[in-house]
Structure formats: C-alpha cells, structure tokens
Design a protein around this ligand. Structure first.
Ligand code: PXL
Length: 264
C-alpha cells in the first residue's frame, strides 16, 4: 500500500486535522502515518482550549522514521503551532521523494486563527512555496500573497514554483467552490454548499481527499471534483448548531471508498 505522512494536530473537539485526515486517507486505500504537531482539547475556534505542543518531539520522530527506513509516497501538512515545527518538516521533506501537499492553515472568513503571528505565517509561506500542491482558502491565499484577486494570487504562487494551487471557499452568486490553477490549465468546481457557511474541518477534508485520490492515481482536477462533491454532500446532511463542531462526515466516508476497495 502507498504511505502518507500526516503532519497535523489532534483536536478532541471540532472535527478537523488528524481527526478527519486519518479516516479519509484510510478509506481511500492509503496508509496514514500521523505525526501530531500538537494535541488540543478542542480546535482553536472554541472560547477556550488546552494545547500541548509537540514541537521538540518532531525532529526526534522524523529522525526515528528515517533511521527505521520508513519512506512515504505523500506528505500532507496542516496546522502548526510553532515556527520550529516547520523547520523540522522542511528538513524531513527535503530528504524524501514524496509528493508534498501543504495546506497552509492560517485563517478563514477574513480572520487569522488564534495564535497565528506574522512570524508563523511567514514560515508557513516558506513551506507552501516549497510544496508541489497547496490548498489555501481565500483568506490564506491573501495572507500568502497580499493579493485579494484569486487568480492573481494563484499566479504568484505558481510563478514561485508551486505546481498546483487549489483555492478553496470561493464565493460566486449563491454558490461556493474550489478552483485548481496550474501553469497551463484552470478549472473550477462549484456546489450549493454555502447553505451553512464555513465549517470546521472542511479544508482539512479537501486536502486529505485530494492527497488520497492523487496517490491512488487520479489527476488533481478529478480529485478536487470528488472533494467538492463529498463536502457538499456532507454539509447538506449535517445538523450544524455551531460551526466549530464540524460536520457529520462519518456516515458518508464509505462513498469515498467505493472505487478503491474490492467488493466481495
Ligand atoms: O481546520 C483548521 C484547524 C486545524 N487545527 C486547529 C484549528 C483549526 C481551525 O481553527 O484550530 C487546531
């Protein structure tokens, strides 16, 4: 089986990060190998939370993985709480031939998430610039490039060497969608999932589906189409009282697995 390292936090509440990445990568038929950046009582959108940073353990875990000869087909990164975590990941990724998908988690709806300083955002930008694929939402694309125009922002990232830029949460008419920018191809995928506004974890779901589908042989355009349809289905069928709680993705995970698991 193909192997994907998942470098992200583990949050007890607010379904996101490793809590959605592990099941999604697994149902897509790819081995999930988590390295938690931090463990939180709940994601940072709640009015309070406890957080344990694993910054000092990250180089130790990566060294161990290298010492054991573990290799990866994909490296998927998400939430970071300290700049040093990103140095460790960049060192780890440099020594690997894996496809690097960096989800530059920094903010949403025009706001930075709690704890994201200028210095941390600069480091996240450095990681994004070294990635094969990035999946910023509109707010994160602005934080990365200073550009409010989505196409211009995506072009800045492409001209710096990123191969594919997937911009999420683009609002158009009554719809919300995701666009894939590559040097010589552009495509956008819209759905009616604006019904409940932005929800915790949907960006993490998109990044995980894109990575899992690509590692199992899809091109990025069909991977983003699948992710858009999945997130739309889940949001339409979730009973959302508080956007921080996340969405009811569990009951639809099986729809992602249909292509990959042999049916007996
Ligand atoms: O889904 C993005 C995310 C991931 N991890 C943590 C977060 C957030 C968004 O708020 O707080 C800990």
């Amino acid at each position: 089986m193909k192997k994907c390292a998942l470098i992200n936090d583990l949050s007890g509440f607010g379904k996101c990060s490793l809590g959605v990445g592990i099941p999604i990568i697994s149902v897509l038929g790819i081995e999930a190998h988590p390295m938690p950046t931090a463990v939180l009582s709940a994601q940072t959108g709640y009015s309070s939370y406890e957080k344990v940073d694993l910054t000092e353990y990250m180089p130790l875990f990566f060294n161990e993985w290298n010492k054991q000869g573990f290799t990866f087909d994909g490296i998927l990164t998400g939430y970071f709480s300290e700049e040093k975590q990103i140095d460790a990941v960049m060192d780890f990724a440099k020594c690997s031939n894996a496809l690097l998908l960096a989800d530059p988690v920094m903010g949403d709806d025009g706001q930075r998430y709690d704890g994201f300083t200028d210095a941390l955002c600069e480091k996240i930008k450095a990681l994004a610039l070294s990635a094969d694929i990035i999946t910023p939402n509109v707010t994160e694309l602005y934080l990365l490039t200073g550009e409010r125009d989505v196409q211009k922002g995506a072009e800045i990232m492409l001209s710096s060497g990123v191969k594919s830029v997937v911009v999420t949460g683009i609002k158009k008419d009554n719809q919300i969608g995701n666009a894939v920018f590559e040097k010589d191809r552009y495509e956008e995928f819209y759905s009616d999932y604006s019904k409940n506004g932005s929800c915790s974890g949907t960006g993490d779901m998109l990044a995980s589906i894109v990575m899992g589908k690509i590692l199992s042989g899809s091109d990025i355009f069909s991977a983003v189409k699948t992710a858009t349809e999945f997130i739309s289905l889940v949001i339409q069928n979730s009973d959302i009282q508080n956007r921080n709680d996340g969405v009811d993705f569990e009951k639809y995970l099986y729809t992602l697995g249909c292509d990959n698991y042999e049916k007996k």
